[in-house]
Design a protein around this ligand. Structure first.
Ligand code: 6LW
Length: 519
């Protein structure tokens, strides 16, 4: 049997949504407070995905300043109708309020329109185009006022001309188990029946895909008694894939149906890479969709979709030379563009990063760019020079969960002005300097290597042969279970003067990311 390896999008890519136009599949995921927002991927075989663009890549489209890393852009849905692509999504603000919006494009590569706010309560919006061309907007909201809580799924019509919700609100469903966090509604029509899929149980171990169905689009919806249609909540610690839910379905041109769903890969009960995208086969019966009919679950090795030609999978390794060019689509900043802080170096070789006053610990825009960690075992290295003049000035590598929870390996100076490399962790207001190692001034290589148990931080002055171990941090420190929130680890480059004005500037020659052996 020809197989592929799940997840098809490793690393922090939660809340996937998928659509197809002809032979082309498009997929979007949440992006939280990372900028640009809403990464959009393209594939022809459902397995190999290429970054096409970001749906929100102009600063005016995205109000992210002041937000926690796990707030921001949540749970989009992408659909195509009559020559237009639609993405609906929500900006969550301090886990309390939210702004739901729709953006459109005729070419998925962009440009995408500015967001049009919708008067919609709640999160996880989606669209469904009925046979008569009417567009139905669904989302989930609190069933009871106060606090984002176990919810209800609701629907209104979207007027496509005016991009406005119109007509009455229809309450669709409260989930297979009332009060179990019904979210992520997605609607499909099959053989005259409307099937409403939802996520239920919360996005952690109890996550699941549940369903209801109706004869008319606005309901009444009746719980599919087979619910949950997909979950791993009953599986024990030996199961490699957990927290399965938040699915979206797509039909292939040759008549297969596949689901994309989020899930995590915990090790000893914790996961660091965030929620990743898994591909699951689906068949339709008279009862509705059946997920993974042969295996009953989400597998790390799955049979290839029929449309995929056999291929050799390549791990996502990457060298970024930063030579005269802006970093590629895999790089993000926090809460807005950083072109005023990070730019191509004057000699065209590498990037300059200003030691801006903003530290990594606030909800502002620090001088920081990062890419997702996509493999538990991986190795990231960089080479930089940073003539720090004050101990508050630092620049180097960051292993970043969120602003309250990260580690840095940085070039800085001690109180006497001697260059050193410092390993520091920050956890909810507490900064701990784990280790320092003196260094000669000048170009230095920094490296972080992770595996199932720890992150190992090392340094090497340019022109010398041996790496010096600066220190280690246990892997679970970076886990979602420890840090909270909705994201996975990002590996990045940063500089800061920690609140002081500074003219110090780091010059970064390159950044390499290599999956470890067996990844
Ligand atoms: C997403 C929602 C969720 O909107 O997490 O817990 C949110 N559930 O489905 C962010 O990914």
């Amino acid at each position: 049997m020809r197989t592929f390896r799940n997840p098809v999008l490793p690393g922090c890519h939660p809340d996937p949504s998928i659509c197809r136009v002809g032979a082309d599949f498009y997929l979007v995921t949440s992006s939280f407070a990372y900028y640009p927002g809403l990464p959009l991927f393209h594939s022809r075989d459902l397995v190999r995905w290429r970054r096409l663009t970001h749906v929100l890549n102009r600063p005016g489209q995205l109000p992210l300043q002041g937000l926690d890393v796990s707030d921001g852009v949540w749970a989009p849905t992408i659909r195509h109708h009559d020559g237009t692509f639609y993405v609906v999504s929500t900006v969550a603000v301090n886990r309390q309020g939210s702004i739901t919006f729709v953006v459109t494009a005729t070419d998925p590569a962009g440009p995408w329109s500015d967001p049009v706010p919708l008067e919609a309560e709640g999160i996880d919006p989606s669209l469904f185009f009925d046979d008569d061309g009417r567009c139905w907007f669904t989302a989930c909201r609190d069933a009871a006022p106060g606090g984002r809580g176990p919810g209800e799924l609701w629907m209104r019509e979207l007027d496509l001309e005016r991009l406005k919700l119109v007509g009455p609100t229809h309450v669709l469903w409260h989930g297979a188990v009332r009060g179990a966090w019904v979210e992520a509604p997605r609607l499909y029509k099959r053989d005259g029946v409307y099937h409403l899929l939802a996520a239920e149980g919360g996005t952690e171990r109890n996550h699941s895909v549940t369903a209801a169905r109706a004869a008319t689009v606005t309901g009444p919806y009746v719980t599919d008694p087979r619910s949950p249609l997909l979950t791993h909540r009953h599986r024990g610690p030996a199961e490699p894939v957990h927290n399965v839910g938040h699915a979206d379905l797509v039909d292939t041109p040759d008549g297969e149906t596949w689901a994309v769903t989020l899930a995590v890969r915990p090790i000893d009960g914790t996961h660091t890479l965030g929620r990743e995208v898994f591909l699951v086969p689906v068949t339709w019966t008279e009862h509705g969709p059946v997920f993974a009919p042969e295996t009953g679950g989400v597998r790390l090795t799955e049979r290839l979709p029929r449309l995929a030609a056999p291929f050799v999978e390549e791990a996502a390794r990457g060298r970024t030379n930063f030579d005269g060019a802006v970093p590629g689509l895999e790089w993000s900043s926090l809460r807005g563009p950083v072109t005023h802080l990070i730019r191509p170096a004057a000699d065209g070789r590498g990037l300059e990063i200003d030691a801006a006053p903003e530290p990594l610990t606030t909800t502002g825009v620090p001088a920081f760019i990062a890419r997702r960690q996509q493999h538990v075992r991986c190795h990231a290295t960089t080479s930089l020079t940073f003539p720090a003049a004050h101990p508050a000035e630092e620049a180097g590598l960051a292993v970043f969960q969120n602003q309250a929870h990260h580690a840095t390996l940085a070039l800085t100076v001690d109180e006497e002005g001697h260059p050193q490399v410092a390993l520091t962790i920050r956890e909810v207001g507490t900064t701990t300097r784990l280790a320092t190692t003196p260094l000669p001034p000048g170009k230095t290589h920094l490296s972080v290597e992770s595996d199932e148990s720890r992150y190992l931080f090392r340094a090497r002055p340019a022109g010398t042969a041996d790496w010096t171990e600066v220190g280690t941090v246990e892997r679970s420190f970076f886990s979602t279970e420890r840090a909270g929130g909705f994201v996975g680890v990002h590996l990045g480059l940063y500089a800061t003067a920690n609140g002081r004005p500074s003219t110090a500037r780091a010059t970064v020659r390159r950044f390499d990311y290599e999956p470890g052996l067996g990844e």
